[in-house]
Each structure stands twice: as C-alpha cells, then as structure tokens.
Design a protein around this ligand. Structure first.
Ligand SMILES: [Zn+2]
Length: 334
C-alpha cells in the first residue's frame, strides 16, 4: 500500500532549501541506522530548532530493514513534538539511490525526498535516469537530488578511487533537462573517514597533523554563477574530528591518518548556495570513540545501555555543534 510522506508528518526539501539559500545557511543531512543515532539527531534538532534531513542509504536499508527505518522516521516526528518542537521540519531522504525501482519504492513508502545518483553513468544516461525518477517523484510532491561529477572515497556501496570535479558548463543543461530539485556536486569533498591520502596532504609543522587540500571554491563559484539560487548539495563532508580519532586510537582502535574536511571550509560553503551538507562518518566516529572509552574504563559492563548512553550523548553533542557552529541552521524551524 502506498503512503504519502505528508501523512507521516514529514516535509520535502523545497521550501527548506529555498530559505537556506536565501538565508546563507545549510541544512544538516545526518545518516542513521539505529535508534540511538536517531534519538541523538532528533534531540539535537529539537533543542536547536533546526530543520533536519534524516538520510537512509542503501546500506542502512540492508542493515536495519527498510520497513523498520520508515516507522522509526515516522516515530521521530512524534518524538520531536513530545520534546516540545511544535512544528518539526523533518525530511526522510534516500541517500545514493542507484536505480529507478529503488527511488520509486521509497516514494511509495513515505520518503519525502530521494537522491538518484547516476553520476557514474555517461552524461546522457545520467540525464535520462534522473528525469525518469523526477517524473515519478514529482507526481507525489517528493523532491529529487541528482548528482553531477564523481566524489572519491567509500560510502556503503558507493566507491570511487578518483574524483572528477563537476563541470560548470554542464549544470544548466542538466538541471533544465532533468528538472531535479537540488544538485550534488564534486568540488573535492570525499566519502568516508579517509578522505585524503597523506601524499595529498601537507603537514602542520607544529602539530604534525595532516592538512587536507582545500575545496575547489572556484568551481562552486562558477556553478553558482550558472544557476543563481539553485540548491547545491555537498556529500562526504564530515570533518573527522581529531579528538574522536585520538580517542578511538587511545582505547584500542586503529585509525591511522584519518582526515576530513576542515570545518572553516564547510562554514564558508554553508554561506553560499550549498544548502545541504551530508555528515555520516563524524557520527560513526563519535559513537565508536565513546563506546571504546566506556568499555575500556568499565570492563565489567555488559548492558548495552551502559555504553550506548554515553555514545548517544557524544553524538548529540557533535550534532548540536555542527548545527550551531558550522551550518548555522539553528532557530530556522520554529
Ligand atoms: Zn554521498
């Protein structure tokens, strides 16, 4: 049976993105696979009154079961209200949909937004598949994110060894032909916790830490010029906080040379036409760091609530930090 996202209390991204582009901030898009992550996201969004995008990847659907995830998102809307957030603005979004069938099933299942990622296909095929998904999704007022250009890195089942920046000369034609609602671009962000090899980085002489190469803001600027006011999306935008990497390593982990996108670059991007910033790895790192620390310090504990509670608190702290100090979306969903 088909269900509309509107019946679930969810919203699509249309109005949210228009306001974000105008207001010079970005909406957080956080991936979730389990209850603790979802609780932390909703608590953070409710406390800061920030619109929020709950992202479900194909990997998350395989891990947690798509029916369960859908009802969890529906529950999240009610939970947000219970927390005193009168008009929660929550999007349920499919991250990296790779086929028409998958996108269609999400639309039918109550998602309010889907991504069709046909960026690995030749240009004309990307246009064709994206257009097909848009045609179906728009019938139900579901918004569609498309992608042009290829990001490097590994995310669930999406991976590429090298990145190809989005070509600004293609974006007008692509948006016109596909009628997509937002566009994910490639300007040097990358999936996962190992966004750059040490060879691609320089080293901070004081701390010895890896310093990643800067994002291609000239490409972003050129795209903005071609598509004034059009919503742009950045994937692979975790900053891989050094404190979490250090905490993991201190308590038995092995994450050598993990490196992300510096927050000041994301802050700069959020002020531009970039209106959705995807963050997944930072939540994984916060959770793992907190679990490792707790178990190392409390070897007798075996009740999952004992170590998942501090993990949830650490994630919530991280989400609030991103909303308030990096994306600037706090107070935008009162
Ligand atoms: Zn992505």
């Amino acid at each position: 049976m088909k269900v509309s996202f509107k019946e679930l209390g969810l919203v699509n991204t249309r109005e949210m993105f228009a306001k974000a582009v105008k207001g010079g901030y970005a909406i957080p898009a956080f991936n979730f696979n389990n209850m603790e992550q979802l609780q932390a996201i909703i608590q953070a969004a409710a406390e800061t009154k920030s619109p929020v995008i709950l992202q479900v990847s194909k990997g998350a659907r395989n891990y947690a079961n798509q029916t369960l995830l859908r009802y969890m998102a529906q529950g999240a809307v009610e939970y947000a209200k219970e927390l005193g957030w009168k008009k929660p603005q929550i999007v349920l979004h499919l991250d990296h949909g790779d086929s028409y069938e998958l996108c269609k099933s999400c639309v039918d299942f109550g998602f309010s937004s889907v991504m069709i990622d046909a960026s690995s296909l030749p240009y004309e095929e990307n246009v064709k598949l994206t257009r097909k998904v848009v045609n179906y999704a728009h019938k139900y007022d579901v918004t569609v994110e498309a992608e042009l250009g290829v990001l490097a890195g590994v995310e669930d089942e999406v991976s590429s060894a090298v990145s190809h920046y989005t070509k600004p000369e293609e974006v007008i034609d692509f948006v016109k032909k596909t009628k997509c609602d937002s566009l994910a671009i490639s300007i040097g962000t990358s999936h996962g916790a190992y966004k750059f090899t040490p060879e691609q980085c320089t080293r901070d002489p004081q701390t010895g830490r890896l310093v990643p190469p800067p994002l291609a803001f000239d490409v972003l600027k050129a795209i903005e010029k071609k598509l004034p006011g059009f919503p742009i999306v950045l994937h692979g935008s975790s900053s891989v906080p050094q404190e979490y990497v250090d905490m993991c390593n201190q308590y038995g982990g092995q994450l050598p040379n993990a490196v992300g996108i510096p927050e000041e670059q994301l802050r700069k991007a959020a002020k531009s036409a970039v209106c959705k910033i995807n963050i997944d790895s930072d939540s994984r790192l916060a959770m793992t760091a907190a679990v490792r620390k707790h178990l190392a310090e409390n070897p007798s504990h075996f009740d999952p609530r004992q170590y998942l509670k501090p993990a949830r608190e650490e994630m919530k702290k991280m989400y609030i930090h991103k909303i308030v100090n990096v994306l600037g979306s706090n107070g935008k969903a009162r």
